[in-house]
Write a new protein. Structure first.
Length: 418
C-alpha cells in the first residue's frame, strides 16, 4: 500500500470513520423525512437542517477546545456522548415529540463541530502535511460513497420499523468509531508550541479563541476561499427546504424519494473523490472549490425541472460539488495552518461558511410557504455562478506550506476529525 494507506493507524481510522459516516447519513436524512411525515410541512423538515447548522455559531469555542486538550480522548468522549444522545429518539412517537428530533439534530451539529475541529489535526499528526490531500480525499470518497446505500437503508428501516431503529443503528456506529480510535497509538503531548507573535500566543482568552479568524485573514488563499464560499452559502441553505418541494410538488413523489436523490449524490461523490487529489495538484485549492460551487449552481438549475432524470443529474452535480468543496477547503486549511491552530482555523472557516448557510435555511423554511420553490432555486443558481467565476478566473496564489514546530507548549493542543 502507498500514500496514507501505508499507515495501519490511518487504515483503522478510515474504517471507523466510514462506519460512523454510514450511521450519520442514515440518521440525519431520516430526521428530515420523519419531521415531514409527522407534520406534512416542508418548513418543519427544513427546520431539522436549521437545527443541525445552528451549532456552527459556537465554532470558535469548539475549535479552542480542540486546541487545548488531547485530540484522541476528546474524539472518543464526543463520539460516546453523541451515541447516547441519539438514543433519545426512541421517545418520539408523534407530533408532540417533534422537539426531540430538533434537539437531537442540534446536539448532532454540536458534536460534528467538535469532531471536525479535533479530527483535522489528528490526521495531520498521523500523516504529516504531505499526505493531507490524499487522506482527505480518501475519507470523503468513502464517506460520500456510503451515501449510495445509507439513505436507502435509513429510509427503508424508517418505513419498516420506525425512526427508533435508525437511532439504534447510528448509536452502534458511534461505538465502531470509538473502537477504531482506541486502537490507534499516537504519542500525543498536551499541546504544540506556540511561536511568539503568532495568533494564539497572547494569553488572552478572547485572542486565543479568535486566533483562527486572524490566521485565515493573514493567508490570502484561505481568506479568498473562505469569503467566496461564505457568500455562496448565503443562499445554499434554501435547498434544504426546497428539495422537499422538488420531491413533492415537482416530481410528485413521497418524501422517501429524498433518499434516492441522496444515494445518487453519494455515487457522484465517489467519482469526484477519486479525481480530487489530481485536481488539487493541477488546479489548486481555489479552482477546485470554484468548480464545486459551479456544480451546486448547475444542480439547482436542474432541480427546477419536473423530470426525474434531470433531478437525478442535479444530484450528481451536488455530489461532485460536495466532495470537491470539503476536500478543497479542508486541505487548504490543514496545509497552510500550523498544528497549534488547526482546531481554531477549522472551526473559524466552518463558522464563517456555515452561519450564512444556517441563516439561509431559516429563510428557506419561511419563504417556501410564500414563494415558489423554483424562485429559490434560481437565486442559488445566480449567486453560486458568480462565486464560482470569482475563484475560477482569479484564484489567489497558494503560500508555502506552514512550518511544523517540534516543541510542545503545555495546555495547547491541535485538532482532528472523526
Amino acid at each position: 500500500m502507498t500514500g496514507p494507506l501505508a499507515d495501519p493507524r490511518f487504515r483503522r481510522l478510515l474504517a471507523g470513520q466510514s462506519l460512523s459516516s454510514f450511521g450519520d447519513t442514515a440518521l440525519y436524512l431520516m430526521l428530515g423525512i420523519w419531521a415531514k411525515e409527522l407534520t406534512n410541512s416542508n418548513s418543519a423538515a427544513g427546520g431539522v437542517f436549521l437545527a443541525l447548522g445552528l451549532p456552527a455559531l459556537f465554532g470558535p469555542l469548539t475549535g479552542h477546545l480542540a486546541d487545548r486538550v488531547r485530540r484522541r480522548p476528546l474524539l472518543i468522549g464526543t463520539n460516546a456522548a453523541a451515541g447516547v444522545v441519539v438514543l433519545s429518539l426512541l421517545a418520539v412517537h408523534g407530533r408532540g415529540q417533534l422537539w426531540i428530533i430538533y434537539a437531537v439534530a442540534f446536539a448532532y451539529g454540536l458534536a460534528s463541530g467538535i469532531l471536525s475541529s479535533a479530527g483535522a489535526g489528528l490526521r495531520k499528526s498521523l500523516l504529516g502535511p504531505e499526505q493531507t490531500a490524499s487522506a482527505n480525499a480518501m475519507l470523503q470518497t468513502v464517506s460520500q460513497g456510503l451515501r449510495i446505500v445509507a439513505p436507502l437503508v435509513g429510509t427503508g428501516m424508517f418505513v419498516a420499523f420506525g425512526g427508533g431503529s435508525v437511532a439504534i443503528l447510528d448509536s452502534v456506529t458511534f461505538a465502531a468509531a470509538i473502537v477504531a480510535l482506541l486502537t490507534i497509538r499516537l504519542d500525543e503531548p498536551r499541546g504544540h508550541a506556540v511561536p511568539a507573535g503568532s495568533p494564539g500566543s497572547s494569553g488572552s482568552f478572547f485572542a486565543d479563541v479568535t486566533a483562527g479568524f486572524r490566521h485565515i485573514r493573514s493567508v490570502r488563499l484561505l481568506f479568498q476561499i473562505t469569503v467566496v464560499t461564505a457568500c455562496g452559502f448565503t443562499v445554499i441553505g434554501l435547498t434544504e427546504t426546497a428539495i422537499f418541494a422538488v420531491v413533492d410538488q415537482g416530481l410528485h413523489r413521497s418524501p422517501a424519494f429524498f433518499g434516492v436523490l441522496n444515494s445518487t449524490q453519494g455515487a457522484a461523490s465517489v467519482l469526484g473523490g477519486i479525481a480530487v487529489s489530481f485536481m488539487l495538484k493541477r488546479l489548486g485549492e481555489a479552482r477546485v472549490v470554484g468548480l464545486a460551487l459551479a456544480g451546486f449552481s448547475v444542480a439547482s438549475l436542474l432541480y427546477t425541472s419536473h423530470s426525474v432524470v434531470l433531478c437525478l443529474i442535479g444530484s450528481v452535480g451536488d455530489g461532485l460539488g460536495l466532495v470537491w468543496l470539503v476536500v478543497g477547503l479542508s486541505t487548504a486549511a490543514q496545509v497552510h495552518t500550523p498544528s497549534f491552530l488547526q482546531g481554531r482555523v477549522n472551526a473559524a472557516w466552518s463558522m464563517v461558511v456555515l452561519t450564512p448557510q444556517t441563516c439561509s435555511i431559516a429563510a428557506g423554511a419561511w419563504l417556501i410557504a410564500v414563494v415558489d420553490y423554483r424562485v429559490l432555486l434560481l437565486a442559488i443558481v445566480v449567486v453560486m455562478a458568480v462565486c464560482a467565476a470569482t475563484l475560477l478566473l482569479k484564484p489567489a496564489a497558494a503560500p508555502a506550506p506552514a512550518p511544523e514546530s517540534e516543541r510542545q507548549a503545555p495546555g495547547i493542543a491541535a485538532p482532528s476529525r472523526l
